[in-house]
Design a protein around this ligand. Structure first.
Ligand code: SAM
Length: 335
């Protein structure tokens, strides 16, 4: 049995229950932003708070957040197995995917996860990212501020998690790009977003310049903000608009093409490279059993049409995207 009290009244309530011998000392007191739940050995005096069913974890045992969330979510027992055991935590914001059967309990679930993971804002991720601009469909379940600062590999990304994607599954690729860039290189990031790759390259490599192109005005605003947040204003040059129009040509040692449709942009990418050549990082989706041949055939044909030759240096498997389909990156050396 637990006593739920308003957070502001928790101190006096705990002291009173302790003095009465009613507090169960072997179990943890559970705290959320608004309330505190106190484990009890016997019914409390009337008017002290609200009695709720359940129990907290024993003292001395580190309870994983998932278990904490499940035990504190007040939903019918039969639905508990549907609660997610994975989530995205982006700074102070939590992104959750919930099946439709939990619709009627979504706010209570958001409260339970917020308490378990110590965040104030919970957003429901309804679909993953969609469309050319990769905008997520989301629903705010708890809290007010959806803007967050997420730290990754010493880079700070500020963005609005309700309207801008940030794929944790791409983390290794972002870090790989930070290591790939060579000192003095000029890089063009054709689909920069909020600076996913450009910032890793500018912070961890020593490029001469990174031209970061972004079409979505909201992402572009955060890109500009993140360049100053990470103090790389002397390296990263933000360019707002369609990369086919704004990316400079004949300048790049390296071109990052971080969009699933990047193969459609190959003619432009080839023009962006220096005449003597360079490296392309071509992102795409590929059937698992056709990696890397399916994508490489398309790149090779595109290079032939653009009057260039090249070799496949490496194929990186970034993440499984859906059954039998992978997000991959081809590193292509172009002459
Ligand atoms: C898929 S997101 C980037 C994802 C990122 N690579 C990651 O790892 O999380 C692609 C970005 O390209 C932008 N974009 C789409 N078409 C564009 C274009 N023609 N020119 C410039 N940016 C574009 C979108 O607005 C979006 O911010």
């Amino acid at each position: 049995m637990l006593l739920r009290v308003d957070r502001r009244n928790a101190g006096p309530a705990i002291a009173r229950l302790r003095a009465m011998g009613t507090l169960e000392r072997g179990r943890l007191i559970r705290r959320s932003k608004e309330w505190v739940e106190i484990p009890l050995l016997a019914p409390p005096p009337p008017g002290l708070g609200q009695i709720v069913e359940g129990e907290t974890a024993p003292v001395g045992r580190q309870v994983p957040p998932y278990e904490r969330a499940v035990s504190s979510a007040r939903i019918p027992a039969g639905l508990r197995r549907l609660l997610p055991d994975k989530w995205e935590r982006l700074g102070r914001v939590l992104l959750l995917r919930l099946p439709g059967r939990l619709e009627g309990h979504k706010v209570e679930i958001a409260r339970a996860y917020a308490g378990a993971l110590g965040v104030q804002t919970v957003i429901r991720d309804l679909s993953g990212s969609r469309g050319v601009l990769r905008e997520p469909t989301t629903e705010l379940l708890l809290g007010e501020r959806t803007e967050t600062v997420h730290k990754e590999n010493y880079v700070r990304y500020c963005f609005d998690a309700a309207s801008i994607m940030f794929s944790s599954g791409n983390m290794a690729e972002r870090i790989r790009m930070g290591k790939a860039v060579r000192p003095g290189e000029t890089v063009v990031d054709m689909f920069a977003g909020i600076g996913y790759f450009s910032l890793q390259m500018a912070v961890h490599g020593r490029p001469k310049a990174v031209f970061a192109c972004e079409l979505n005005p909201v992402s572009f605003r955060y890109l500009v903000q993140n360049i100053s947040l990470n103090k790389v204003g002397r390296i990263v040059i933000p360019l707002e608009g369609d990369c086919r129009e704004v990316a400079p040509e004949g300048v790049a040692d390296r071109v990052v093409m971080g969009h699933f449709d990047s193969l459609d942009f190959l003619p432009k990418a080839l023009r962006v490279l220096r005449p003597e050549g360079g490296v392309l990082h071509v992102h795409c989706l590929s059937r698992k059993d056709r990696i890397p041949q399916e994508a490489w055939d398309r790149v090779r044909r595109g290079m032939e049409e653009g009057g260039r030759r090249g070799e496949l240096v490496h194929c990186e498997r970034v993440k499984s995207f859906k059954p039998r389909v992978w997000h991959i990156v081809l590193d292509v050396g172009v002459k």
